[in-house]
Design a protein around this ligand. Structure first.
Ligand SMILES: [Zn+2]
Length: 351
């Protein structure tokens, strides 16, 4: 095994196993658990590392690549795991009365936003910043709910498109640059399914928290490795996802940043949507080396979206699962009722 890994990674592997490669969160040794996981793009492969202490998963080389996201963008209606975002955007654009309740019935991360707002007590003047606002629909539904919500997005094209679709509530920029005037001014900062994509998630979380007002909260959602303790990489192939966080790694990171962290109890979401406990695993390659889409969403799923029947189909699936209690018998062994494959971590000032 070790010889095979050495051959496939060459010099990089020797560098990787040197004394300098330690966990970026807890400094413990990173072990190679897979030497050549097929990447998102045909012909690429990545090593998968696992922290021997906090069980942070890392893809190596660990580098976010803008040209990769351009390839995804060109296939946006077909790529599994991304096309649904365009569906949400279009649906919400054409149904101006639909709000966060609609989104929260589809994904545990949006349900987590709603629950956090309820727990923290929503007021009309609550200021929310949606970091990585992308297509803009989450910021838009928060506005529809009466909040003073702003979207922050690095891509100038995405900001222009969101402004044209939903309104002027989007700022082009990143948490690292040019936001000094916004420091300490938000009741709630959101980073929804973002940290697994970036080069330095610890720094991003630290910088995002600096935008939170005293007593405010930072909500971070990301795929939860602790839910699949025996899997090495059950999340999107690299370089789409570069990290797979365990609950321990997030807790250790909070300690390091001298912050308090708790995980949202998701019992209610998974009781209603038991089908979401076992999301389909996306394996690489998804895109060809020339940027074509190799794995497309099924015709059934696309048809359901086109006819606006997704919600009905999901309800039928969840009703069936609840009736047969299949998940209770066949779900991953270690799961508990209050957690799922996607975590919602809430950061606040240390008590
Ligand atoms: Zn670690």
């Amino acid at each position: 095994m070790v010889t095979g890994v050495r051959e496939s990674l060459g010099e990089e592997f020797r560098e990787l196993t040197g004394p300098t490669h330690s966990c970026p969160i807890c400094d413990a040794r990173m072990a190679v658990v897979d030497g050549s996981l097929p990447g998102y793009v045909e012909g690429t492969s990545f090593a998968i590392l696992d922290c021997t202490s906090c069980h942070l998963g890392q893809a190596y080389p660990t580098s976010a690549d803008p040209s990769f996201y351009e390839m995804v963008y060109h296939n946006k209606w077909h790529v599994p795991g991304y096309s649904r975002y365009w569906y949400y955007r279009d649906f919400l654009l054409h149904h101006p009365k639909k709000g966060l309740e609609f989104l929260s019935s589809f994904e545990p991360c949006y349900w987590g936003v709603r629950r956090t707002l309820e727990e923290e007590g929503v007021r009309q003047d609550t200021r929310v910043l949606d970091v990585g606002s992308g297509l803009g629909y989450l910021t838009a539904v928060l506005r529809r709910g009466g909040l003073e919500a702003w979207g922050l997005e690095m891509s100038a094209d995405a900001v222009r498109a969101a402004q044209a679709a939903f309104g002027p509530w989007y700022i082009q920029g990143s948490v690292e640059h040019g936001l000094s005037q916004l420091r300490g001014s938000f009741d709630l900062v959101l980073m929804i399914e973002l940290i697994e994509h970036v080069d330095d998630p610890a720094r991003l979380i630290e910088q995002a928290f600096s935008l939170v007002r005293p007593g405010g909260r930072l909500l971070v959602t990301t795929p939860n490795k602790s839910y699949f303790p025996s899997e090495t990489w059950r999340t999107d192939p690299p370089p789409n996802h570069l990290w797979w966080f365990s609950e321990q790694s997030i807790s250790r990171l909070a300690d390091k940043l001298r912050l308090h962290c708790r995980f949202l109890d998701q019992t209610e979401y998974y009781r209603i949507h038991p089908g979401d406990r076992t999301p389909p695993q996306l394996e690489g390659p998804v895109l060809g080396s020339d940027g074509t889409c190799l794995k497309r969403e099924s015709y059934l799923r696309r048809g359901l979206r086109a006819t606006g029947s997704v919600q009905l189909a999901r309800s039928l699936r969840d009703l069936t699962l609840r009736a047969t209690a299949r998940i209770a018998r066949e779900g991953p062994g270690s799961h508990t009722a209050h957690r799922g494959p996607d975590m919602c971590a809430i950061f606040s000032e240390a008590k």
